[in-house]
Design a binder for this molecule. Structure first.
Ligand code: IPD
Ligand code: CA
Ligand code: CA
Length: 263
């Protein structure tokens, strides 16, 4: 099915209703004294809330979009995604925050078309009382409490004036020294972390966000929101989209120069 034959507004509405469901489950378990935390084979933590949120979303999608495929962090990726629309779910982005009681965590829901382009994205951060969303051609919006507004990236045009957000110094490999050196060239650096860095770019509060090592579910929803807000989303070698294993989102103006500095 081409994007023209697909009702993206209906898909966005569905994604927003899935985010409501996710918020209900994740908020109920947030700061619970009996939260179950396990360690995954990749040595990262997972809680009962991560699993319950992804299961609930999968079960709703199976009913609402039986022909679509689902990629989820906790319950896997189909052997082949060829020729299909597929939903990409990170049930809780920022699990380490979630399990320690830091409110910066979110459910990320993306819809990818058969060409690999993300066409719908929702990021819901209920402990922050914030949500962001976008669909191709429809712009990007945010909600804070009951107030909804359109968002746009910043107009900062000099690297020296730029505010950059990242997560931490893990996963940079051979680029670590270069990334540390970049910080002398720009105005300000903060480790806001996770989805939050990229949503701050989308709403123009930060100019560049960067993470050196990510999976598709960490990025799919973010990609379309940043692009619909007027920004750029690539990996750290400049490949567009969320399929390249790392992320740079920016206000577009600074993107090329930042890629050069990281080279
Ligand atoms: C993590 C976040 C974080 C990134 C880690 C991811 P999770 O996701 O996206 O920003 O630095 O590599 O694992 O595990 O909290 O969903
Ligand atoms: Ca994640
Ligand atoms: Ca996660």
């Amino acid at each position: 099915m081409s994007n023209n034959a697909r009702d993206l507004l209906a898909d966005l509405d569905l994604a927003l209703s899935l985010a409501n469901l996710a918020d209900e489950i994740s908020l109920q378990r947030y700061q619970a004294l009996d939260l179950v935390v396990e360690t995954k084979p990749d040595a990262t933590p997972v809680t009962d809330a991560d699993k319950a949120v992804e299961m609930a979303i999968r079960s709703q999608l199976a009913k609402a979009r039986p022909l679509d495929l689902i990629v989820g962090e906790e319950f896997g990726t189909p052997d082949s995604l060829a020729g299909k629309f597929y939903w990409v779910i990170d049930p809780i982005d920022g699990t380490k925050n979630y399990l320690r009681g830091v409110p910066t965590w979110a459910t990320l829901i993306g819809l990818v078309d058969p060409k690999g382009e993300v066409v719908v994205g929702v990021v819901s951060a209920p402990a922050l009382n914030r949500r962001w969303w976008a669909a191709t051609g429809m712009g990007a919006k945010t909600q804070f409490g009951s107030s909804i507004k359109s968002i746009h990236v910043s107009k900062v045009s000099k690297l020296g004036d730029c505010s950059l957000s990242h997560s931490d110094l893990i996963g940079w490999g051979g680029l670590k020294e270069k990334f540390i050196a970049v910080q002398d060239k720009i105005w300000r650096t903060r480790g806001h972390g996770d989805f939050w860095s990229h949503m701050l770019v989308a709403e123009g509060a930060v100019d560049i966000a960067v993470e050196p090592s990510l999976s598709l579910w960490d990025m799919a929803a973010l990609d379309v929101i940043v692009r619909e807000a007027g920004g750029s989303f690539t990996n750290i070698t400049g490949e567009s989209g969320p399929h390249g294993g790392s992320a740079i989102s920016s206000n577009k103006i600074l993107h090329k120069e930042f890629l050069e500095v990281l080279k």
